[in-house]
Write a protein that binds this ligand. Structure first.
Ligand code: FAD
Length: 372
């Protein structure tokens, strides 16, 4: 299918929306993004991009720029309560163009947005979409009552997508019994260029360096019986985080001493959407398949979606065939990855340290996910 001149509207300027905009624009489509926020920005936190995500960035001609803003990960190590290493996956031997990397989200989104604008993607801010009606020329209605149409509408609008329920009905997420704190701290502990998972009974913390190693990103997860609402914008007292991880050794106390005003949110599980497409509409990224953060693959999956959607459309006879091929190529893989992420939660939190060590021998995170 010739995409040149096709009018495509993407809802959401997150990692998924910006990446698919670039992939479609490269094939000649006229692309517009509607973003509800007043500026394209991500709040201060890090993200891990594995070789599969990096491959997509390279295909979008962003490999060099991305390597400049990210830290190359040399290993992923699992550690016990005292800070001792339980398991180490050495990543230093991976070739540069298959490397595992850590990046500040703000830097990453800025890179994608700058390139999108440079190649002629129209990014419209303060456009809060209320509804989408699928059809030959799907209709998008904004919260202010304005309406517009396109040849194809892509819902890359994240966890609370407006398009997902149109195609799938209301989802029933459930609380996993875990909450997570998120913070970025100065690197006062000389944290090496590796992702560390610090495991303890009923809790774990992930740390890795950002911005040339000057900062460290922390995500700390604790089991808890109740939580009020889904979302990640709650603020908590840093003392609660320090108390939850009080018994941990190694670099953990030094890292936690630098935390101020961390974010805290409840972790919910969502089913992967059954229908990723309808009449001239498609879902992508978290809108189709929100995941728990225990395998660091949500954004990587959104990047893969972006490439495959553009590729499937370009290779199809018509849009219906292209959208069906997109879901067919993506859904089984995404389900597998999300199940693996959910499985990691209980492995990290096992109460018997011996069993915890054995459970992790089968992880093989990077090896299993790196394509080719
Ligand atoms: P989003 O990033 O949610 O973007 C959606 C965009 O749509 C936003 O800009 C939003 O403002 C906009 N929008 C929403 N509704 C509307 C509307 N109605 N109208 C207009 N615009 C709208 N993934 C990894 O790969 N590696 C990691 O290391 C990693 N770590 C994580 C750590 C944590 C703590 C968490 C919570 C997640 C992590 N993830 C990670 C997952 C990753 O952040 C997400 O999967 C990814 O950001 C999803 O991107 P997206 O573009 O699909 O959605």
């Amino acid at each position: 299918m010739d995409l040149s001149g096709l009018n495509i509207t993407i809802i959401g300027a997150g990692i998924g929306g910006l990446a698919v905009a670039l992939a479609l624009r490269a094939r000649g489509a006229e692309v517009r993004i509607l973003e509800q926020a007043e500026a394209i920005r991500e709040v201060g936190a890090g993200i891990q991009i594995s070789p599969n995500g990096l491959r997509v960035l390279q295909a979008l001609d962003l490999g060099e720029g991305f390597r400049r803003i990210s830290v190359r990960g040399r290993a992923v190590s699992l550690r016990n309560l005292r800070g001792g290493e339980v398991l180490r996956m050495d990543l230093a031997g991976l070739p540069e163009d298959h490397s595992y990397r850590f990046v500040h989200r703000a830097d990453f989104v800025e890179l994608l947005a700058a390139r999108a604008r440079a190649v002629g993607v129209r990014v419209r801010l303060l456009q809060n979409v209320r509804d989408v009606t699928p059809g030959a020329s799907p209709r998008i209605t904004l919260c202010n009552g304005d309406a517009t149409c396109a040849d194809l509408v892509i819902g890359a609008d994240g966890l609370h997508s407006v398009l997902r329920p149109v195609l799938n009905g209301a989802a029933q997420p459930f609380f996993t019994g875990q909450v997570a704190w998120r913070a970025v701290v100065p690197n006062k502990v000389s944290h090496p260029a590796e992702a560390r998972v610090h495991m303890g009974p009923g809790r774990h913390m992930v740390s890795y360096p950002l911005r040339g190693g000057d900062m460290v990103n922390l995500v700390a997860v604790q089991e808890r019986s109740d939580w009020a609402a889904e979302g990640w914008s709650h603020r908590d007292d840093a003392a609660n985080l320090r108390a939850a991880f009080a018994g941990f050794g190694g670099v953990v106390p030094g890292l936690l001493s630098g935390v101020e005003n961390p974010g805290l949110w409840g972790l919910f599980r969502h089913p992967v959407a059954r229908h990723w497409h309808g009449d001239h509409v498609a879902l992508l990224g978290d809108a189709a398949h929100p995941t728990l953060p225990f395998l660091a693959q949500g954004a990587n999956m959104a990047l893969e979606d972006a490439w495959v959607l553009a590729d499937a459309l370009a290779g199809a006879r018509d849009m219906a065939e292209g959208l069906a091929t997109y879901q067919q190529r993506r859904r089984a893989r995404v389900v597998k990855v999300i199940d693996a992420a959910s499985g990691n939660a209980w492995k990290y939190h096992l109460r018997n340290p011996l069993v915890r060590g054995v459970a992790h021998l089968g992880l093989g995170v990077v090896g299993r996910l790196a394509p080719g």
